[in-house]
Every structure is written in structure tokens, then in C-alpha cells.
Design a binder for this molecule. Structure first.
Ligand code: C2E
Ligand code: CA
Ligand code: CA
Length: 549
């Protein structure tokens, strides 16, 4: 404030001196005019210019008296003008100075905020989170008390981002951030580390159970569905927890261990979990596995097994579902559940899917040439369903292996379609126009209605094995199976029941009008040659192949 006043008085002084200068010039000019006018008046009165004639003129000429007032008027006007201008100027200066100061404060605050916050969600960013962790660490060490770091990563966020677009991905992140923030106490910190990764700092806990309880609450907060652009989204997450001092002595170690625990939790799909030293081996394994999978896709380390799809009326194999296996040099045969999520996370799903399509079409051409007239069903992940190149890839590969498109069925889950119905519809229509059929996999586990699916070029529904396997014991499952068969038929779709493990279930499905069965009863996934051999056997003979794969 004092500096403001100093600035104002200095400026006022400057302005005053300028105004005074002009007033003095005015004064000198007016004195000059008086002298000139007095001399001229004296000259006209007495015929010469001297002091007497000038004194005489001053005494007798009324107009000169008026002129004599001018210097005094100039002095008074100058004084008045300078004080008015100075006070106006001081007001303006005061205003501008405080504006400037507010602006400078705002710029400083913004720079500070931007350096420490995530601009999308408004949450503290990595820098601030880390700083608060350091504070929590020093307090905890001083008081000999625990504190916890939670790292949370959304499941399948990449899929959501790819299918709904980045703008909607951002909207989802904002909503997630708001729910997380509302769940914890004011003294806790929720921050965004980047992408779909969040960190929660619990600076005061009494034991690791407290941290687990908060993790449960955070997961529960995500349970109500998110609505983004009219699409209902179920969002789940995985949380890894590290507690001081049990899991690490410093913040770096704790952060890294919470991260390892998060990845382990994600793979195990357990929602949340505390760090455990054996996790380190898992995370190393995960990194190595991704590298090995890439090599295996290129070097023939993958194999397709085929599970027969048997027509209930004729008892004939009318198709086979291609199920990928990875022949790992050290771990032996690995099943899709162990590496498809990894492939999806690392972008390896694209080359993997292309390999499956190519091999599936090649094998289908082979068994048709061997006299088994059956189609091939291929599983396509959600992330691949939005790849606009997929129809072209199919066209090329169908030609290369000379396969009739009518023999090809794409198995797609409901959630894959619902993730971006418009884009999925576009791609499915293009594939369908080529003659390729679309099947809705795992039906009953998602949320779409059959009526909605009718708008898509869907020709087959696969009732999820979880309903089929128990349908003879569980009345609810039986009702779902029966209703699905009836509705699908009304909509002109055929129905496949998966997970058919015994004759009684198969017979009951036959009575309900189901079209095709697939499962242990007619055969677990087998090699291409075994499928051909099997098709030649008596279809009434239940499968003797019972081991998975
Ligand atoms: P899915 O499409 O639902 O495939 C059926 C799964 O159920 C297969 O497991 C199969 O072995 C198993 N199964 C078949 N019959 C029975 C039965 O009677 N009882 C029981 N309990 N299980 C049975 P698999 O081969 O381990 O595949 C698991 C999942 O991996 C598949 O589920 C599919 O979603 C995915 N998958 C498999 N191959 C591929 C692929 O090439 N690409 C993609 N994107 N996903 C694939
Ligand atoms: Ca399938
Ligand atoms: Ca299925």
C-alpha cells in the first residue's frame, strides 16, 4: 500500500509541475500582451511610447484593467487544473495498480496450480501427490505410525477410450475422479498419476485393514453405472496397496510396490490387494510374457484348437469354434484367459487376431476339402471390432484361402457391441454384406436386449455356459434359457447353447428347440485333424475328450 501511495504522489508531483509550466508560459504571454497593449494605448493617447504615456493609459483605459486581470486568472486556473488532473490521475493509477497486482497474483496462482494439479480432473497431479506422500512419510516416521498408498487403475479403459473416443474417455475420467474424491476423508489425497491411473494417500491409518476398507469403498463408489453419451458403462478398477513401514521404508519403494500389487490384482481380477513380495516375480513375468507373446505370434508359437458345434436335429458337426492356445516353451500350453487380457493391454491383440483369422480360414478350407462341411467361428475382441481395416483384411484372407464367406461366423460379446454401437454397427454391416455371419457370444451376461440386437446384423445367439451348465438344477437358469431360445427364434436368430456337458442337458435343450450345442458332451476343443476324425464318428457317442484343450 505505501508503495502505491508513493507512486501516486510522485505521479501527482510530476503532473503538477507540467501543468505549472504551462500556467507560467500563459502568465508570461499575458504580461507581454499587457505591456504591448499599454504601450499601444499610450501611443494613441499621447503620440509617443514612454513610461508616462503607459502610466496614463493604465490609469484611464478600462479595457486595460480587464487585460490586467488575465495573469491572475492564469495563475488560479493553472492551480485549479493541476489539482483536478492530479486527483483524477491518482484514481486511475490506483485502479491500474491494483488490477496489475491482481493479474500478477492470478498468473502466479495459475502457474502454481498447473504445476501441481491435473487440469482435466482438478485432482492433485503426480508432483503434488508425491510431495504429500513425502510429508506423510516424515510424520509417520516421527510418530512411528503407519500410512498407506493405494494405486488404482481402471479396467479396460483403453477399450472405452478406443471405442467411445478420447473426448468421452475424458468425461468418464472426470466422473470417476469426482466419485473417488467424495469417497475419502478430507485429510486423504486422491490424485491422478496419468491416463487412467489414480493414487490415494491415506496419511493416518491404524493398520493395513483400514487401507483395505478404503479400497473396498472406492470400488463400491464405481459400482453405479456411468452414463456417457447415452451409453451405460460398467467401470471396474484394480487397486494395489502398500503400507508403511511393512512394505517399504521410503516413498519410492512404496509407490513401486503399490504398482506391482495393482498389476497382480488386475490379473487375478480380485479388485484390490496388498503388496506381497511374490508379486515382484509376477510383474517381471508379465513384462517377459508380453515380449514372448510378440515373438510367438510371429514365429508360430500359437495353435488353434477347435470345439465342435453340433446341430441338435441332425447330430452333425456344422461348425467349430476356433480357440487359441499358446505353446509356451517354458510354461507349456497357456489358455486364452492367461494371455488375451495381456494382448489387449499391450496392443498385441491386433496381430494375434489377424493370425487367428488367417489360420482359422486356412483350417476351415482344409476340413472342407477333407469332406467336413462345417464353418468356422472366430472370437473377435471389442478392440478389434472398431478397427475399420477388419472388413478389408477379411476380404483379402477369404480370397487367399478360397473360403466361402457364408462359412465364417464372428463371435462378439454384447459388451463389445455396446461399447460403441454406431461404429460396431457400421463394421458389422460391412462384414455382413460380404456374407459373414455375426454371433452374440456369452449372451445373458451383458445388458443388451434381444430387441436391441435385432437392429444389428446378428444371426446367432450363444447362451452363456453359466446358464446352461446349471439349467437342470437351477429353475432361474432354466427360465432364462427357455426365454432366450423363444425370443431369439421370434427374431429369426438361431440359438447355440455353450457348456453342454451331459446328455440330459443336451436332450432338454433339444426339447426347448435349441438349434446347436457346444461343450464337453460333444467334445472339448481339439486339434484340426482330430475334428475331422471326430466328424466321421457316431454323433451319439459322447466325447471321450474331457481334459480342457
Ligand atoms: P468363449 O468364447 O466363451 O469360449 C468358450 C470357452 O469355454 C472355451 O475356453 C472352452 O474351452 C470352454 N468350454 C467349452 N465347453 C465347455 C464345457 O462344457 N464346460 C466348461 N466348463 N467349459 C467349456 P477357452 O478356450 O479357455 O477360451 C476362453 C475364452 O477366451 C473364450 O471364451 C474367448 O472369449 C476367449 N478366446 C479364445 N480364443 C480366442 C481368440 O482367438 N481371440 C479372442 N479375442 N478371444 C479368444
Ligand atoms: Ca466364443
Ligand atoms: Ca462364450
Amino acid at each position: 500500500m505505501t508503495s502505491d501511495n508513493e507512486t501516486v504522489s510522485a505521479t501527482t508531483r510530476l503532473l503538477r509541475s507540467r501543468v505549472s509550466k504551462h500556467a507560467i508560459i500563459g502568465l508570461l504571454i499575458s504580461v507581454g500582451c499587457i505591456l504591448l497593449a499599454t504601450s499601444l494605448a499610450g501611443f494613441f493617447e499621447s503620440g509617443s511610447i514612454n513610461l508616462d504615456s503607459m502610466v496614463y493609459a493604465q490609469k484611464t483605459n478600462f479595457a486595460l484593467w480587464v487585460l490586467d486581470l488575465m495573469p491572475f486568472l492564469f495563475i488560479m486556473w493553472g492551480q485549479y487544473a493541476s489539482s483536478v488532473m492530479a486527483s483524477q490521475a491518482s484514481v486511475v493509477i490506483m485502479d491500474q495498480t491494483s488490477d496489475l497486482r491482481a493479474h500478477a497474483d492470478a498468473v502466479e496462482y495459475k502457474a502454481n496450480y498447473e504445476a501441481t494439479h491435473d487440469l482435466l480432473t482438478g485432482l492433485p497431479n503426480r508432483v503434488l501427490v508425491f510431495d504429500r506422500m513425502l510429508q506423510a512419510h516424515s510424520t509417520a516416521r516421527r510418530d512411528d505410525k503407519p500410512f498407506a498408498i493405494l494405486i488404482m487403475d481402471l479396467d479396460h479403459f483403453k477399450e472405452i477410450n478406443d471405442t467411445l473416443g478420447h473426448y468421452n474417455g475424458d468425461r468418464l475420467l472426470k466422473q470417476v475422479a469426482a466419485r473417488l474424491k467424495d469417497t475419502v476423508r478430507d485429510i486423504d489425497t486422491v490424485g491422478r498419476l496419468g491416463g487412467d491411473e489414480f493414487a490415494v494417500l491415506l496419511p493416518t491409518i491404524s493398520s493395513s485393514e483400514d487401507a483395505e476398507e478404503v479400497a473396498q469403498k472406492l470400488l463400491k463408489a464405481l459400482e453405479p453405472r456411468f452414463v456417457i453419451q447415452g451409453v451405460n458403462l460398467d467401470v471396474t478398477a484394480s487397486i494395489g496397496i502398500a503400507v508403511y513401514p511393512q512394505h517399504g521404508d521410503d516413498v519410492d519403494t512404496l509407490m513401486q510396490r503399490a504398482d506391482v500389487a495393482m498389476y497382480t490384482t488386475k490379473n487375478a481380477r480380485t479388485g484390490y490387494g496388498l503388496y506381497c513380495p511374490s508379486h515382484d516375480d509376477n510383474s517381471k513375468r508379465r513384462l517377459t510374457l508380453a515380449g514372448e507373446l510378440r515373438q510367438s505370434i510371429e514365429n508360430g508359437g500359437l495353435v488353434l484348437y477347435y470345439q465342435p458345434k453340433v446341430n441338435l436335429r441332425t447330430g452333425q458337426i456344422t461348425g467349430a469354434e476356433a480357440l487359441v492356445r499358446w505353446q509356451h516353451p517354458e510354461h507349456g500350453t497357456m489358455f486364452p484367459d492367461e494371455f488375451i487380457p495381456l494382448a489387449e493391454r499391450t496392443g498385441l491383440i491386433r496381430p494375434l487376431t489377424l493370425w487367428v483369422i488367417e489360420q482359422g480360414l486356412k483350417d476351415c478350407a482344409y476340413w472342407n476339402a477333407q469332406g467336413l462341411n462345417a464353418g468356422v467361428s472366430l472370437n473377435i475382441s471389442a478392440r478389434e471390432l472398431i478397427d475399420p481395416m477388419i472388413p478389408e483384411s477379411f476380404e483379402k484372407l477369404l480370397k487367399r484361402h478360397d473360403v466361402d464367406p457364408e462359412l465364417v461366423v464372428l463371435e462378439i460379446t454384447e459388451s463389445a457391441i455396446m461399447a460403441d454401437p454406431q461404429r460396431a454397427l457400421d463394421i458389422l454391416n460391412r462384414l455382413n454384406a460380404m456374407g459373414i455371419k455375426v454371433s452374440v457370444d456369452d449372451f445373458g451376461t451383458g445388458y443388451s436386449s434381444l430387441a436391441y440386437l435385432k437392429q444389428l446384423p446378428v444371426s446367432e445367439i450363444k447362451i452363456d455356459k453359466s446358464f446352461v451348465m446349471e439349467m437342470l438344477q437351477d429353475e432361474n437358469d432354466a427360465v432364462i434359457v427357455r426365454a432366450t431360445i423363444d425370443l431369439a427364434h421370434n427374431l429369426g436368430m438361431s440359438v447355440v447353447a455353450e457348456g453342454v456337458q451331459d446328455r440330459a442337458t443336451r436332450d432338454q435343450l433339444g426339447r426347448l428347440g435349441c438349434d446347436v450345442v457346444q461343450g464337453q458332451f460333444s467334445g472339448m476343443p481339439m486339434k484340426c485333424d482330430e475334428l475331422i476324425e471326430r466328424s466321421a464318428l457316431d454323433p451319439e457317442q459322447p466325447s471321450i475328450v474331457s481334459a480342457k484343450g
